[in-house]
Design a protein. Structure first.
Length: 478
């Protein structure tokens, strides 16, 4: 094979809460992200107690895809996308999460969006929850601390699987389910699992216990989906920031091995159907028991995923004797011994640029799990300038070129089975970690600034035509 497979799924990636807007339209209820304030360079986003804002929540309006979807999908089609990876806003379907019946207006919205995509030959690839747990389930039930939330998630999955069974083939259960392993950042447990850790609680214990419920929810959804449509491909989705040893010092190697468990714990269960030995040992050491009930192990064993999707943005490194040397907990994935890698350059937000890391990750994940992989996020967050109506985003094109080269090496030289590649934020969206519009990923520019001002006009960046040619030539013209 000298070329990527003809059916390689070139696409773009988005998440409902970061681009749809219309946060309370069409009967939609608030989700956990609807109470996240805007951040700014270096200032973390905060979780507020109220829903009705007296503070600015950038995702409430986002880029208003809710009313612009026809225009945006036409642009995606012009680019030649074969798939669009996005999510279903859980609270459009179940505004509070615990209702018996779904909200028809929310279901109709996704019918309209999926029909519009399919009309243009673009297949939707859908994440059930991309940081979108209903706020009511977080506030009233403590999110995935409660076993009841497993049933609410499965009910939501059942409704959308049935409704869209002829329109969607590829599904994922939870976006970046593993980033909550970084319990030092309160945002992740909140957006992944609907949990706020109380004073005096051991965050890691809380995380592991609720993770059991979330893993059950994922496994039950996989089983149910396969019953509803045996052709469904249902995947896990993880963030993979590989941790390199800083040197060949054996203790650095071991420090990296241990740190990488943060990345592997969730997919180890979702792919292999049981808890890995290192996690059971850690639980024993910290004196935590999981809320396992009769039958749970069988569900985990029988609800394994069909493929593994992941996001890749950067790599990091650890040094066994470094303590909190890392410059930022997000960048270093909450690793106490995270350090800067002197061989790599970084984006304006400090995310390292490491295309070889993508080839490394593709090999690591494929050899560990022997399942088809799907890169459902990869991209370069940068400030874009509009000059005479044009955006010359050459740094972004360079980033994609080098990463697609890495993809080709992994597939063509290493034999990795890869389903497709969907760059993150194909159109500018609200940044998740910072809450800014200024950190842009798109190949389509949206005129909206950090304060929410702007015409919302869409403009093609230079990367738009570049990527169109990449897709047209199946990755030959880079
Ligand atoms: C991933 C999320 C996305 C997205 C992306 C880029 O963690 O799945 O939702 O936002 O990262 O991150 P950011 O927007 O913070 O730059």
């Amino acid at each position: 094979m000298t070329q990527l497979p003809q059916d390689f799924l070139w696409g773009g990636a988005l998440a409902a809460h970061q681009f749809e807007g219309g946060w309370n339209k069409g009967g939609k209820g608030p989700s956990v992200v609807d109470v996240l304030t805007a951040g700014a360079h270096g200032v973390p986003r905060r979780i507020t107690a109220k829903v009705e804002p007296d503070e600015f929540y950038p995702n409430h309006e986002a880029i208003d895809f809710y009313t612009h979807y026809k225009e945006d999908i036409a642009l995606f089609a012009e680019m030649g996308l074969k798939v669009l990876r996005t999510s279903i806003g859980w609270t459009r379907i179940f505004p509070k999460g615990d209702e018996a019946e779904p909200n028809e207006e929310g279901l109709q919205f996704y019918d309209d969006v999926f029909d519009e995509l399919l009309k243009h030959g673009i297949k939707p690839v859908i994440t059930l929850s991309h940081f979108e747990i209903p706020l009511h389930l977080a506030r009233e039930y403590g999110g995935f601390r409660s076993r009841k939330v497993v049933d609410f998630f499965v009910r939501f999955a059942e409704v959308v699987f049935n409704r869209y069974k002829d329109k969607v083939e590829y599904w994922m259960t939870f976006n970046e389910i593993n980033n909550q392993m970084d319990v030092s950042n309160p945002l992740f447990l909140w957006t992944n699992a609907g949990i706020q850790v109380e004073e005096g609680e051991d965050a890691r214990a809380v995380m592991y216990q609720s993770a059991h419920h979330q893993l059950l929810a994922s496994a039950r959804a996989v089983q149910l989906g396969h019953k509803i449509n045996p052709d469904f491909k249902i995947g896990a989705m993880v963030s993979h920031v590989p941790v390199y040893p800083f040197s060949c010092h054996p203790e650095d190697i071991m420090a990296a091995e241990i740190a990488n468990r943060e990345r592997f714990f969730f997919p180890d269960v979702q792919v292999r159907g049981k808890y890995p030995a290192y996690a059971l040992k850690e639980l024993e050491r910290i004196g935590v028991s999981l809320p396992i009930e009769e039958g749970d192990e069988k569900i985990l064993a029988e609800g394994t995923v069909d493929y593994l999707a992941f996001s890749y943005y950067m790599s990091t490194a650890v040094k066994h004797d470094a303590v909190n040397a890392g410059s930022d907990s997000i960048i270093n994935g909450g690793l106490d011994n995270g350090v800067d890698n002197p061989y790599l350059e970084a984006s304006d937000w400090g995310w390292t640029i490491d295309p070889d890391g993508l080839r490394y990750v593709l090999n690591t994940l494929y050899n560990r799990y022997q399942l088809p992989l799907f890169i459902v996020e990869n991209g370069f967050g940068a400030v874009d300038e509009v000059v005479d109506g044009a955006i010359h985003d050459h740094a972004r094109i360079d980033y994609f070129r080098s990463h697609i080269e890495a993809v080709k090496s992994a597939v063509l030289e290493d034999g990795v089975d890869l389903l497709g590649y969907t760059p993150w934020g194909i159109i500018d969206v609200v940044s998740f970690t910072t809450g800014e519009m200024k950190k842009r990923y798109g190949m389509i520019y949206v005129d909206r600034d950090n304060d929410g001002d702007g015409t919302l006009k869409r403009l093609k960046k230079d990367s738009f035509d570049w990527y169109r040619k990449v897709i047209e030539t199946n990755g030959q013209a880079l």
